[in-house]
Structure formats: structure tokens, C-alpha cells
Design a protein around this ligand. Sequence first.
Ligand SMILES: N[C@@H](Cc1ccccc1)C(=O)O
Length: 509
Amino acid sequence: MPRRLPETQVVLLEAASATDEKTVDRLAEETGEKVETLTRAAFELADEGLLAVTERTAQDLSLTDEAREYLESGLPERRLYDAALDAGADEESVSLGRVIGASGLEGPEVDIALSNFARKGFGSIDSGEISVAPSGPEVDPEADPEAEALAVVGDDGADAGYLDENVLNRLESRDLLVRSETTVRSVTLTDEGVNAMMEGLETAETVGQVTSEMLTSGEWRDVEFAEYNVEADSEVEYGGRKHVLRQTADRVKDVLVGMGFDEMQGPHADAEFWINDCLFMPQDHPARTHWDQFALDLPPMKDLPEDLVARVEDAHRNGVGEDGDGYHSPWTEEVARGVDLRGHTTSLSMRYLSGHEVGDLEPPQRYFSVEKVYRNDTLDPTHLLEFFQIEGWVMADDLSVRDLMGTFTEFYEQFGITDIEFKPHYNPYTEPSFELFGTHPETGEIVEIGNSGIFREEVLRPLGVECDVMAWGLALERLLMLMYGFEDIRDVHGTLCDLDLLRTTEAVY
Ligand SMILES: N[C@@H](Cc1ccccc1)C(=O)O
């Protein structure tokens, strides 16, 4: 009686041989089926005793981009050798500088050429002179095993099993070769399989999934269901996932809410008044130039509280208190009403402290935000044009530096960071001021993670605040660096960020 088997199993049995071991890859090519489909069918048939499956690990070799360039141009040491030979360095030694010039080697290639030239015994280099060894059985640049191996791998990376292990190791350490391991599965028909084929095979329609049509029509009664192979390799599926940066921002919010803080909200584009003037930043302060801040081509901000504007102007001109002194530098409302992208979220703190957002506040109060800020910085591994700032402040009757430090210690402990360091700093709006530092878990480097202080009278008095306010701005991305060991902010932010890393980074709690 012919045997009924699912279609791919029949295809596989027909393509397999009893005498010739065939790899699944080759069978996939022959049958036009997918490798995964055939692998699954092979294991199913092995379970039935119709096929034998063998597995071995194979080495996959591939060339790096650098190696591909050398395939075109020749290995640097060989180019040096050829140029030296052209210059007659087999007769007598010639100037190394001249030979390098003639070889066309540039930048790092020169060092590569020199060290490998010497290692391979192509010749010698002494006090700026190069000479070439006579070619012979010992040294034969024409038959350089490294160059030959590169050519073989470049030609057919798949089967280079016979290449010398030492040569491959050397190429790998030169970053020219990448080795990886793959499992190669091969199948042969068993006797039982051969018998089954002789008795005849019939294709059974197998169903992978029940549909509602099948259920309503009753067709499900007659179909054959495909069996699940729970051991089959499956493709990795990456579902949607919250970005680590957003995950951490949410956690920061949870932590701060847990510490009794309320969240502030406010505009990304704001009047310089809230961004700078309220903070007692003189209008000619370098941080206010458009080298640092993004100015927007928008009409001046109309909605500013008149009396507050007058008090802030007075603080800038005359200072605050008995011995107060102003800046003696120009101050105009026009500048204050100019609209910029906020360079820090301290603009929100000013809006809230002034009563402009939620009315006058009685101490004690705690507020925070985890929001984007924009700076005209130069891009580098630790700077972007935008980043998230963890802004916060505490308003209470008697605050000291100890309270500030204690708050940070408690905050960062929630993220497993227990070695925060403080350094005295200067801000026009706080006195005293402190920068915060943490230690990078991978590099051990000290990383600046934030800035903080206790607001000056010149800030608080015009706002109408009569008690103490301690405040800070911490960088969310720097917190991530300490938590996850990222070394480049662009790994987690923006277009260059590594998808693999985002998919696989586990949330740290
Ligand atoms: N605005 C500061 C942070 C800060 C906020 C409040 C008080 C002190 C410092 C910054 O961006 O670096």
C-alpha cells in the first residue's frame, strides 16, 4: 500500500539518495524548497525511520572589507616588496622613504606593510634603508600562503577546509578574515526509506492551521494535520518593543513619583525669558549666543507676566538685596521675548516656581520632568544636538547641600549606581553649584552625569519664592551609559542606533 506523507517529505525522499550523502543546502537548491522547510521534513522523516540525518559543524570563512581591498591591490607587504624590487633593493639597500613613496602605500597601510614585510622575511629594514632578500624556497612572495588563502576564501568562502590553520589564525588576527561556525546537516535514505519509495509514496495534503472555514464546513474531519516538531529551529521574531531610552525615562519618572515628585510640562520652544532671563543669565552670556542655542524665526513671545518681567529686569540691572549688584550689561525685553528651542528644562522650573503654571506654591514642593532639550553642540560619542534632561527641584524652608547630595544618592541607588561623586561648579543661577559624576562600568572613566545647585536670591526673589529651592538637570543618556555600559550616545539615539542592540538589551531593574 502506498504510503501517504506530507508534500515536502515526499519531495525530500525523492531527492535524497541511499548512497550519496547530500547536504540539506544542496537539496534545497535541487528542489527549490526552503532550507528550514527541508530541515524540518528531514527530522520528521528521521523520526519515522525513513531518513538518516547527520550533523557536523563547519567553518564558514569570510573576508573583511579590508581583505577585499587587498585582493584588488595586493597585500601591503607585497606592494612594499614589489616597489623595493623595482628600486633595485635586491642589489643594494635603497631609501625606505623613496620605496614607500613609489609603492603608493598610505596611512596605516605603511605600518602594516613594514611589520609584515619583516615578519615574512621579505627583506630587512635598517636605518631608513630597505633591502630585499633573494627569492627562494624559504621566502617566495609569489607563493605567499597568506595571499593564497585570501584568494581562496575570496573565491569560494564555503569550502576552504584544507587551508592551513596557522595561516587562517594569522589572517584572523590581522582582521582580514572572519570565522564562524555553522551546522551542516546531511541526509541519506535508510533501507526502510528505500522500501517505502519502492512501495510508492502518495502526497497527503497536510494542514498547518485550522481555519474557521474548515470548522464550519466540517472539512477538518478529513484533512491530515502537520505534526509539530518542537525541536525545529525557528526564525527569530522580534516583536515591537519599547526603546531602552524610553524604558529608562519611564522608570526615572516612576522613581521620582515614588520619591514624592509631581511632573512638570511645558513648551519645547520657549521665550528666552523663561530659558535664560529668569535664571539670572546675563543677556550677553556666551551660553546665550546662537553658537549654543537654537533661535527660531518666530514672532516675539507675547504672553509673559508683565510684573515678573519688570522684577527680572530689575534683578539683572540692579541685583537683589542690600548689597546686590546688577550685571551692568545691556538688557532688553526684545531679547527676553525671542523664541528659542530650550537648551535646558530649567525653563519649566522657572514657569512652575513663578506660579505661572499652577499658581503660587507653598513649601514643601517637589517637581520634575524628563524631557528633551536642544543644544548646538558638536556631535561626538557623548554629545548630540538633543538629549533628555531629568530636571527637578525641591522647595522647602531650610535646605542644605546635604539634602541635595542625599537626594541624588537616593535617586541613583534605585538604578544600582552607588558611587556618585560631586565637584563644585559655577552656574549663574545657583550658589553653591555641583557637577555630578559617575564611573563608566566598562571603561572605568569618570562621566559627567549632571549639574545642580541651590537657586540664588537673584533667581528666587523676582519669582516671589521666599524659601530655599535646590535643583538639578541630569542627563538621561548618561544614566543609560552607566546602567548599560553604552559608550556612544549614538548607540541609543538617532539614526545610527544599532537595532540589534535595541532588540537584545534587557531592561535592568
Ligand atoms: N540647567 C542646568 C542644570 C541645572 C538645573 C537647575 C539647577 C542647577 C543646574 C544644565 O542644563 O546643566
